[in-house]
Ligand binder design. Structure first.
Ligand code: SAM
Length: 258
């Protein structure tokens, strides 16, 4: 059997193994964190929109709290397909839709819009970050909040030490390799994935996919300056998964905007 090689869109080939790659991420704790923020800043919230929801783990976990009506969107058709598959298997009511978060085209409005796990870092320019805020403004109810996180230069410097040269076989059908590099001058964090699909019986490689994920890494003052150019005001900027203020050593910062 020949080994077909392909360069794929980001989060296309990776979608099939995304949940295995992220197996160590504690989405339940993350869900509780988002729920706590909603409780503090908008306790009456019911209609919730998740952006860049990936394979839907957070949305499905949030639904288990039986407190919200949830819509979840992602730009990748393949990630949404997996999310819908998972939703069907647990008879979920979450509505999963494929949407670029720079072009939301939703006819519903929401009390809370949230987005987690570095998804903001997939925006590489100030213009695009402003555009994202404009899109969210269009779908937020009065008094609604917008919650998202981003990762910092310190996080990238530390993360490449353990993400670079990672290699793992997952669910018997795939093997993946990750190379991670950080250009501190341009603040560009690149993750390159090589994903091999394996034949069930022989374990031979039948197809190889390559994906390159480029993230731009921001500091808190940079994000604060960009937010000043939008119609949002900052209610808080939290350190990591805590309800404490972000500081110069924060690895991940969660913004709460209104
Ligand atoms: C690091 S993953 C996070 C996924 C999910 N939030 C999670 O916690 O597992 C980043 C996600 O952002 C999505 N994404 C990147 N750019 C996007 C865009 N312009 N519009 C919508 N989704 C986008 C990708 O498809 C991917 O699912």
């Amino acid at each position: 059997m020949t080994n077909k090689k392909k360069t794929s869109e980001t989060y296309s080939a990776l979608a099939e193994i995304y949940d295995d790659v992220m197996v160590e991420v504690d989405y339940e704790t993350w869900t509780d964190y988002i729920d706590e923020i909603i409780y503090q800043y908008h306790p009456e919230a019911v209609a919730v929109l998740e952006l860049a929801c990936g394979t839907g783990t957070m949305a499905l976990s949030l639904e288990e709290l039986s407190a919200y009506d949830i819509t979840a969107t992602d730009g990748s058709v393949e990630m949404i397909r997996i999310a819908q598959r998972k939703a069907e298997s647990v008879r979920s009511d979450v509505q999963f839709l494929t949407r670029n978060f720079l072009d939301l085209r939703l006819d519903q409005s929401f009390d809370v819009v949230f987005m987690v796990f570095d998804s903001l870092n997939y925006l590489h320019s100030e213009e695009d970050i402003i555009k994202l805020h404009e899109e969210v403004k269009q779908v937020l109810n009065p008094g609604g909040i917008f919650v998202y996180d981003f990762t910092t230069p310190r996080n990238s410097r530390i993360a490449i030490k353990f993400l670079n040269n990672e290699s793992r076989r997952v669910n018997n059908l795939y093997r993946y390799y990750r190379k991670s590099s950080y250009n501190a001058k341009n603040r560009e964090h690149t993750n390159r994935f090589k994903i091999e699909k394996l034949a069930t019986e022989s374990g031979n490689v039948v197809e190889t996919f390559h994906e390159e994920h480029l993230q731009r890494i921001y500091t808190l003052p940079e994000i604060e300056n960009i937010i000043k150019k939008t119609e949002f005001s900052i209610l808080n900027a939290f350190d990591g998964f805590a309800l404490e203020p972000a500081h110069e050593k924060s690895l991940r910062i969660t913004m709460v905007l209104q």
